[in-house]
Ligand binder design. Structure first.
Ligand SMILES: C[S@@+](CC[C@H](N)C(=O)[O-])C[C@H]1O[C@@H](n2cnc3c(N)ncnc32)[C@H](O)[C@@H]1O
Length: 213
């Protein structure tokens, strides 16, 4: 049987929790106002992130790559009462949209947005994180992994997005651009790292769950 991936995704989405009204509006505004709306995590992956965070009940979450705030709002759902989500982005135009939605959300007092280059900001953060979501520029994934590793508690989770990079990592002979090579190098680094347990999932553009031992 040959089932189309789009149909599988649609079926999975239909049989998962529905998107709340605020997230629907984030998705709508992202499509109306940004040049690359496909960067948004979206309904199915967002629901997955919400499930993971509600299982972990993190106190401190770090998100690298806010965009318009969709995944931050999904991840914030699992925060403990004294918890905090720090989210970083260096694009002021899309960050305006994110900050507006954070203010409108139930989590407005739990989300701290920091504007800046994540390669510079991460080392200044005075927290030990329970959960880190890596979803920014692909060339720096391996650097972000190194920068957050000592700030992640033992048993903590890193979620890395876009690890399949539209499937390009499977065929480096055809796809040898910088982002694809960086993502492939990141995937090799993670799979060889004996300090962590990991599972790569074919969800949307590929998601790896990485648990620090
Ligand atoms: C794929 S989008 C994030 C999507 C978002 N997590 C979501 O699911 O809705 C990647 C974001 O990373 C940001 N970014 C890229 N390089 C960055 C850097 N060096 N420091 C901070 N943010 C960066 C971009 O501005 C962009 O908004």
């Amino acid at each position: 049987m040959n089932i189309d991936l789009d149909n599988i995704t649609a079926y999975c989405t239909q049989h998962s929790d529905s998107e709340d009204e605020l997230l629907k509006e984030v998705a709508r505004q992202t499509h109306l106002k940004t040049l690359k709306p496909r960067m948004l995590s979206g309904h199915l992956q967002g629901t997955f992130l919400s499930m993971i965070t509600q299982l972990i009940k993190p106190t401190y979450i770090l998100e690298i790559g806010t965009f318009t705030g969709y995944s931050a709002l999904c991840l914030a759902k699992g925060l403990t009462e004294n918890g905090k989500l720090i989210t970083l982005d260096n694009n002021p135009e899309t960050s305006v949209i994110a900050k507006d939605f954070f203010t409108k959300s139930l989590y407005k007092n739990y989300i701290e947005f920091i504007s800046g280059d994540a390669t510079q900001v991460i080392s200044t953060l005075p927290y030990t994180f329970d959960l880190v979501f890596i979803d920014a520029d692909k060339k720096n994934y391996a650097l972000y992994y190194d920068l957050v590793f000592d700030k992640l508690k033992s048993g903590g989770l890193i979620i890395a997005d876009n690890v399949l990079w539209s499937g390009k990592v499977l065929d480096l002979a055809t796809n040898n651009d910088k982002d694809t090579l960086s993502m492939q190098a990141f995937n090799e680094k993670v799979v060889k790292d004996t300090r962590v347990e990991k599972v790569m999932l074919p969800l949307r553009d590929g998601v790896t769950l990485i648990r620090k031992k």
